[in-house]
Design a protein around this ligand. Structure first.
Ligand SMILES: [Zn+2]
Length: 443
């Protein structure tokens, strides 16, 4: 390989590869050509590549790791950050969120709300995410501009929704969305998000799953989130949410169940047997007092579990560093065992396991030759990050999203020294402030 073929050579890194051997390289180097990693290893082995590289980046001992992956959010809900807090899920959803969405969610507001979310995610080290929302063309437009990677799903509910006033058209619209964006770019992947078993009928769920199977796209659904939902589904259908969905043959390796808080051992066996993945959103579950998901049992039984923030109306931020810290500590509290949900496990959930949830494990989630160059760099030269005995502990328990210095996605720098390069952040914040004024005055 000629040195001239290297576009970027990153050196002097404290590299956490997150590869199967969890290899750490210090000092480590990375060589990037186009959108991919072509070499990663100890600096002394890669030094020969430096001379002919198009650009050299000396990260001065900073931590270099794969971009974090958010397994579940509703990006545009940044519009409703802090609008209705400290309420039970049912009241919050039915009296505040659904009515606000009906009035204020449109392609334009979704575009600006999603861009704000992208800014927040990039600034806190997230490079890819799974989204479920309405007016998703606006989501695609925003994510495309931001440079992020997304598995972007059209939201489906059985009542009039933004962009789909006639619920009889909801499934058709979702299929149209998937058809429109399939193959659009290597960064944007469409999917469908059926909101939940309590707002989608059996027929809707079955039909959406059939479309997802036929078009080979992911199916996302909130399920087993609260005890109330568990009782309601049991009352309506005679089965708990997971058994109900299993009975509908919805559970398989292309399905992601979001939350799975109220599941027993038998239901965890069902998730494991069917290869169904789970998006664990601990801060949302805490804020809505939904409960604590039995993540350790899921992991022990081989269920794939990724980490999500959920939307900003129930979190109220998109910082996966905070989410990792919470996931680790909440897991310990559930089991009253400080050894479970250790820092390495949690960081894997936010990287490699997240990539598997997005179906992109061959492309992202670790720093390995042939994978896309989705890389984040943290500056360790800060009081709360000194000293460093174990980088995984440091990242999960001490670091914050704001410690991320630079972010690269597919070989393209999208944030350098904390400045977003792909769009005008001030304009985005102004636009969302204006939309929020309208929401407040017309509420
Ligand atoms: Zn959600």
């Amino acid at each position: 390989m000629s040195n001239n073929s290297i576009d970027l050579y990153i050196k002097n890194g404290f590299i956490l590869t997150m590869n199967p051997g969890m290899e750490i390289l210090r000092p480590g180097a990375l060589a990037i050509r186009g959108d991919s990693i072509v070499a990663v290893g100890p600096e002394k082995e890669l030094q020969g590549m430096e001379a002919g590289a198009g650009k050299i980046l000396d990260v001065q001992g900073g931590i270099v790791l794969p971009g974090l992956i958010n397994a579940h959010t509703h990006a545009a809900m940044t519009l409703f950050r802090g609008l209705a807090d400290d309420l039970p899920l049912k009241t919050w959803l039915e009296e505040f969120i659904f009515p606000s969405e009906a009035r204020y969610v449109n392609p334009d507001s979704v575009y600006w709300g999603t861009l704000l979310a992208c800014a927040e995610m990039i600034r806190s080290g997230t490079t890819a995410f799974a989204d479920g929302y309405f007016c998703p063309d606006g989501v695609v437009k925003a994510v495309d501009l931001s440079g992020m990677r997304g598995l972007l799903c059209q939201g489906v509910v059985d009542f009039p929704a933004p962009g789909v006033p006639d619920p009889a058209q909801n499934v058709l619209e979702a299929e149209r969305f998937v058809e429109k964006w399939a193959g659009y770019s290597s960064s944007i992947h469409p999917g469908i998000f059926c909101h939940s078993p309590y707002v989608c009928s059996t027929e809707t769920i079955r039909t959406v799953k059939e479309i997802c199977g036929r078009r080979r796209v992911s199916f996302f659904m909130h399920a087993a989130e609260t005890g109330e939902e568990r009782s309601l589904i049991k009352y309506r259908y005679g089965k708990t949410p997971i058994h109900y969905l299993d009975n509908l043959q919805v559970l398989d390796a292309q399905t992601v169940v979001i939350h799975a808080v109220h599941v027993d051992s038998e239901e965890i066996e069902v998730l494991a047997r069917t290869g169904t993945a789970v998006a664990h959103c601990p801060e949302s579950n805490m804020k809505l007092a939904s409960g604590i998901a039995p993540v350790v049992e899921m992991l022990n039984k081989g269920v794939l579990v990724g980490l999500g923030t959920d939307g900003c109306a129930s979190n109220n931020d998109l910082d996966l560093f905070k989410e990792m810290d919470t996931a680790a500590k909440l897991g310990k509290i559930r089991y009253l065992d400080p050894t479970v949900m250790d820092a390495r496990t949690v960081l894997r959930m936010a990287t490699l396991e997240g990539a598997r949830i997005l179906g992109l494990e061959k492309e992202i989630g670790s720093l390995e030759v042939g994978k896309k160059a989705d890389i984040i760099i943290l500056d360790l030269n800060q009081p709360h990050l000194v000293p460093c005995y174990d980088p995984y502990s440091l990242l999960v328990y001490s670091a914050r999203g704001a410690d991320v210095q630079s972010v690269m996605i597919g070989g393209r720098m999208v944030m350098e020294n904390k400045k977003i390069l792909t769009f005008d952040l001030d304009e985005v914040m102004d636009q969302v402030r204006q939309i929020s004024m309208e929401i407040v005055t017309k509420k």
